[in-house]
Design a protein around this ligand. Sequence first.
Ligand SMILES: *[C@@H]1O[C@H](CO)[C@@H](O)[C@H](O)[C@H]1NC(C)=O
Ligand SMILES: *[C@@H]1O[C@H](CO)[C@@H](O)[C@H](O)[C@H]1NC(C)=O
Length: 395
Amino acid sequence: MAITHPTSYNSIFLFLATFNFFFFFEYSSATYINVINYGANPNGQFDSTMSFLRAWSSACKSKEPSTIYVPQGIFLLKQVTFWGPCMNKIDFRIDGTLIAPLDYWSLGNSGYWILFMKVNRISIYGGTLDGKGPSYWRCRRGRRNCPVEARSISFSWSNNVMVNGLTSLNSQTVHIAIDHCNNVVIQDVKIRAPSGSPNTDGINVQFSTGVTISHSTIMTGDDCISISQGSTNVWIERIACGPGHGISIGSLGTNVKEVGVENVTVTDSVFTKTENGVRIKSWAQPSNGYARDIVFRNLIMHNVYNPIIIDQRYCPGRQCPHQSSGVKISKVSYEHIRGSSASPASINLDCSESNPCLGIKFEDINLTYLKGSAKSSCRNAAGNTIGVVIPRGCL
Ligand SMILES: *[C@@H]1O[C@H](CO)[C@@H](O)[C@H](O)[C@H]1NC(C)=O
Ligand SMILES: *[C@@H]1O[C@H](CO)[C@@H](O)[C@H](O)[C@H]1NC(C)=O
């Protein structure tokens, strides 16, 4: 069921560009820093945090581009923030595994495990992160006193970020967090956490522009990818999502004043046994937020509970606001989407009464319900239908 799309050339080009990049480094006078020479120990017991920070400090001061190399082995890291700005670009090349401490209290309460802050031109190649989530999730489920959940790897206020070939396992919460960044490429990553694990989003993007996420496999207990407020120009391509809650825009409308989400494309992706396929969600309360110019194209659903869903009365907890969502949703296209739904509600648009969804487009959709006939439902939504749409479009 391969789908071809001309944009895959972009990734090939990127791949080649990255490749040349390496060779350039190998044969130039770039600074090459092996964390072992800074005292890091690959035995998985010794705390290598200070060694990594010393290696970072050398790289950050270097006027030449530098490569920080992490060889094979297991490196124990506590909370670590790699601060910029730095003098030149820095590559992390990781052959080993970075593990968080088993005792989640020793990560502190910052909400971060590995954080890159105010860095320009940072690339991570390879590596495995093990966030040691299970003990933390047990704490959460027991409703005991737990520290703030720590995202595994985060980039904040950074530009020109690349993450290539990373594997991230069992983060306490979001695996990869992009916040206030420009020009980010995430590709060939593998993310894995059990389907029941709480809040373990694969990748979260907020307040960022120019973000490409492609060729990745994401299996989690929450959203495979979530695009939150203030995200623009986001391109998501060739993602295998599931288990998990699908690819979501939102939750929006958390705040009365909010920067919206604009120009997001999700294409050439497959969803397997996820709770949702493509979802836009907002809280039912006043907000000046919005989601517009959104394209969902060339998608395959395998036994997905809600393949196409807009939920403007989103409320997973107990105290729901029960008002009308102020978030304006417009110009959303659903094109070439097929496969199976695990519930009869394969198309479900539940838009705001006060701000109906406008400019919705359905084109060439075939979603079947294995145990009966699939239904589509639209509340407060307007737009047009092109070509065959099964179940029959409700616009
Ligand atoms: C929308 O985002 C894509 C990248 O995902 C970008 O190439 C394109 O220029 C953006 N369109 C507009 C109108 O900004
Ligand atoms: C829709 O999908 C079903 C199941 O795959 C298939 O049997 C049917 O022929 C498709 N309909 C159209 C119009 O493509």
